[in-house]
Design a protein around this ligand. Structure first.
Ligand SMILES: [Zn+2]
Length: 401
């Protein structure tokens, strides 16, 4: 038997009031808030009071803030420049250094979620947001099983929302619709849900082990995992593994994942549109943190290792969620360049390469990659381990056969 449950009107107006306060002032930026999000957790049968609420803002992750400040666009860079011809992923790997609150809410340590799961009970997640979520955050809300999202009606009037109408709003709406995140206009509706019919699409591509494993066993798991790549992962098939230094009974592995509810053929359709910056996927490190949240693992405890240089967006998300012990490989060339000068130099991000020749574009990319790596290294120090890959042999086309 299923029942229609509505949030108590007083709770709803309290949450709207809280959001309005958050919009006025960002505690870290001494300015109005660009993106404010409240995650409210409810017992599905009793909406009189939320179990707890979390208030989140758009943030440059703490370790990076010191180096970037207002220059956060300087991490607008694609790290994952390692794809065979024709398999280049969408431009979705590009990212600013700002983590978005709708995504962070699904990654941070929330003890109540693990507690409810442990007791075998259900929990309803309701979100309140002051702007239209970007497609990445729409994927996050879907993967995080946010059942209802209350979006401030003024969200659709924002300058960037109009500018990005097609790729931005349409994609976000589509993602939420297909994944079962119900959107409401909070000035005229209150969030509601139907008991027994909560969105429960499973997040694919993540495996979690809660028994002690030897180094060999872990290596075998990684090998087996990488042997079974799903079609959509052929485009970005790096993986992330997570372990906890103080515990030998936790190990997790994951890869980029298609947002639950989105059919694979729609992903491929989107992939053909080279112009768009967004896709329907969640990158490996981020997807793994999603999978960890119900296990009560605090990202600040984890060590996360990537088998390829991860996308910057992926790093920003995991740093924003509190992870700092990170390891990934980088090319010999890039490492060599890092050694030449450890100094971080800033150049404004308006020097986009759209009107420059291809060679300049490449130069700019390397420059940005280098700068982003230097910032990361300076920010994380010994917590960031870069595994330098052996130099790639140079092919001499003029050499005699
Ligand atoms: Zn977003």
């Amino acid at each position: 038997m299923s029942n229609h449950i509505k949030i108590a009107p007083s709770v709803h107006s309290d949450l709207l009031g809280k959001l309005a306060e958050m919009k006025k002032y960002h505690p870290q930026q001494d300015a109005p808030t660009k993106a404010a999000f409240i995650l409210a957790l409810f017992d599905p049968d009793s909406p009189q009071n939320p179990i707890s609420t979390y208030e989140l803002y758009n943030v440059v992750p703490a370790p990076l803030r010191h180096f970037l400040g207002a220059k956060d666009q300087l991490l607008d860079v694609d790290f994952t420049d390692q794809y065979p011809e024709g398999q280049k992923p969408l431009k979705s790997q590009q990212a600013s250094a700002t983590a978005h609150p709708e995504t962070l809410a699904q990654l941070i340590h929330i003890p109540e979620i693990a507690e409810v799961k442990k007791q075998g009970n259900n929990l309803v997640k309701v979100g309140y947001v002051n702007q239209m979520p970007c497609p990445r955050c729409a994927c996050s809300l879907a993967a995080g099983h946010v059942c209802t999202l209350a979006i401030d009606s003024s969200a659709f009037d924002a300058e960037w929302a109009t500018r990005r109408d097609q790729e931005y709003i349409n994609m976000s709406l589509k993602i939420m619709e297909e994944s079962g995140t119900h959107m409401i206009e909070p000035q005229s509706e209150v969030p509601e849900w139907t008991t027994g019919k909560l969105p429960r699409h499973r997040l694919a591509g993540q495996e979690i082990y809660t028994n002690p494993l030897s180094v060999t066993e872990k290596a075998d798991i990684i090998k087996g995992f990488n042997a079974h790549v799903q079609p959509f992962n052929k485009h970005t098939n790096y993986t992330a593994t997570i372990s906890i230094k103080s515990r030998d009974d936790f190990f997790a592995i994951g890869r980029q994942t298609l947002t639950p509810g989105i059919p694979e053929d729609e992903y491929f359709e989107k992939l053909k549109e080279q112009e768009t910056k967004y896709s329907y996927t969640i990158p490996p490190g981020t997807a793994l943190l999603f999978a960890l949240q119900p296990h009560g693992i605090d990202p600040t405890e984890i060590e996360i290792e990537f088998d390829e240089t991860p996308a910057m967006r992926d790093l920003i998300n995991i740093l924003g969620a509190g992870a700092t012990h990170i390891k990934f490989p980088i090319s010999h060339d890039l490492h060599h360049k890092m050694q030449e000068s450890a100094e971080i130099t800033f150049r404004t991000a308006t020097h986009k390469s759209d009107h420059e020749e291809a060679s300049k574009e490449k130069e700019y990319k390397i420059y940005n990659q280098l700068n982003a790596l230097k910032v990361l290294k300076a920010a994380l120090g010994t917590k960031l381990t870069l595994e330098v890959q052996p130099p790639t042999p140079k092919h001499d086309n003029n050499a005699a056969p």
